[in-house]
Design a protein around this ligand. Structure first.
Ligand code: 5GP
Length: 203
């Protein structure tokens, strides 16, 4: 039987660089898988259904909530976002390591149900740098920019709920830190003791 994969939950304020870090991690490691979330927000230019998100109507999303299809879901910036339960469970059962790049509300819900998840909070090098990164994206209206920036201040207080904090000064360095976290997590006695004790029983 496969050893169950590790569930890695990555969150942090808008502009901290979660997306870039996850992309770099996935490019480097073909044993890492990103869970594709469902959302009710409009696709951005270049985004593809089933690749970046499953783009759903609010009605369809609510139906899936009622069917308990989501491991977690949350309302973020007036849209719904959710993690499909069945695909994540399947990948973990197959021994794959799965990344969820989700907001803090969602991460806290996952934490209630998945005690062996690894919760990583990505931080910007400074709040000034965070502001610049959100402005430089150029995709926000002045209102949404203010909203994202204000919530970034509040969100940073949630770091104490996470297992690890990674400052994203340079993407390559942040990626190495997460790789090291994964290696350490894979060596945790809680995760390996059953296999080790079974293997050595007959010696
Ligand atoms: P964006 O609209 O910029 O792609 O994402 C907005 C926020 O929603 C980000 O903080 C992102 O991490 C979060 N998000 C994306 N997918 C999910 C999900 O499945 N569940 C939750 N709770 N948040 C998500």
């Amino acid at each position: 039987m496969n050893k169950r994969g590790v569930l890695i939950v990555i969150s942090g304020p808008s502009g901290a660089g979660k997306g870039t870090i996850c992309k770099a991690l996935l490019e480097k490691h073909d044993d890492l898988y990103l869970s594709v979330s469902a959302t009710t927000r409009e696709p951005r230019k270049g985004e593809v259904h089933g690749v970046n998100y499953y783009f759903l109507t609010k009605d369809e999303f609510r139906k899936r909530i009622d069917r308990n299809d989501f491991l977690e879901w949350a309302e973020v910036y007036e849209n719904f976002y959710g993690t499909p339960r069945s695909s994540v469970d399947k990948m973990l059962d197959e021994g794959k390591n799965v990344i969820l790049e989700i907001d803090i509300q969602g991460a806290l819900k996952v934490k209630e149900n998945c005690e062996d998840g690894v919760f990583i909070f990505i931080l910007p090098p400074s709040m000034e740098e965070l502001k610049q990164r959100i402005i430089n994206r150029g995709s926000e209206t002045p209102e949404s920019l203010m909203r994202r920036f204000t919530s970034a201040y509040q969100e940073i207080n949630y770091i104490s709920k996470y297992n690890y904090g990674v400052i994203n000064d340079k993407v390559e360095d942040a990626v190495v830190k997460i790789e090291n976290i994964l290696v350490a997590e894979q060596c945790r006695v809680d995760r390996i003791k059953d296999d080790i004790l079974t293997d050595r029983k007959e010696v």
